[in-house]
Design a protein around this ligand. Structure first.
Ligand code: PNS
Length: 161
């Protein structure tokens, strides 16, 4: 697996400890792992693209084979440009499976040589999502232990300004 380049795509609005758990697992298996943030999603993000990239770079600094990048357009086109062989996605619960299966199958149809690999984050993060983290922070709750300290700080600043 050491010659394999994998892409871990997502919105990362913001990166959570669940994402980082998958990144750590992926970094152990694949030779190179590119965490790729989608630029123009239909969703209106809380954090700008640059903020999301900065938080991810800070949180993944300790992994020598992990890079952070952004992409626009089709994921399969970006994967082709990079020469990646694998798309990495995390599955938390059965409820994630349907959406993930649909995306994986569609990506396979668009680029049959690209494999989607699913990884399970630690059980402790099985109920964690960026959406819930944003909601809790916006309503004044604590997200300690759910996101890296730097993200916690940025969330605090974001919701009080
Ligand atoms: O973390 P998310 O928001 O669930 O990530 C979704 C993401 C970014 C992986 C997905 O929306 C995506 O790949 N978008 C790029 C556009 C694309 O390729 N769409 C077709 C997917 S089958």
């Amino acid at each position: 697996m050491q010659r394999i380049l994998a892409i871990y795509p997502g919105s990362f609005d913001p990166v959570t400890n669940g994402h980082l758990d998958v990144i750590e697992r992926g970094a152990k298996i694949f030779g190179r792992l590119v965490v790729a943030v989608l630029c123009n999603s239909e969703k209106q993000p809380l954090f700008t693209l640059n903020e999301r990239l900065e938080m991810l770079r800070e949180a993944t600094r300790r992994y020598a084979n992990v890079e952070v990048d952004s992409f626009d357009g089709l994921l399969v086109d970006y994967a082709r440009r990079l020469g990646a062989q694998v798309l990495l996605r995390g599955i938390r619960a059965v409820s994630d499976y349907e959406y993930e299966l649909q995306m994986a199958m569609m990506n396979r149809r668009l680029e049959p040589t690209l494999e989607t690999v699913f990884m399970l984050p630690a059980e402790a993060y099985s109920y964690l999502s960026s959406r819930l983290v944003r909601e809790i922070a916006q309503l004044g709750g604590s997200v300690s232990g759910l996101v890296p300290p730097e993200v916690e700080q940025r969330l605090r600043t974001k919701v009080t300004t």
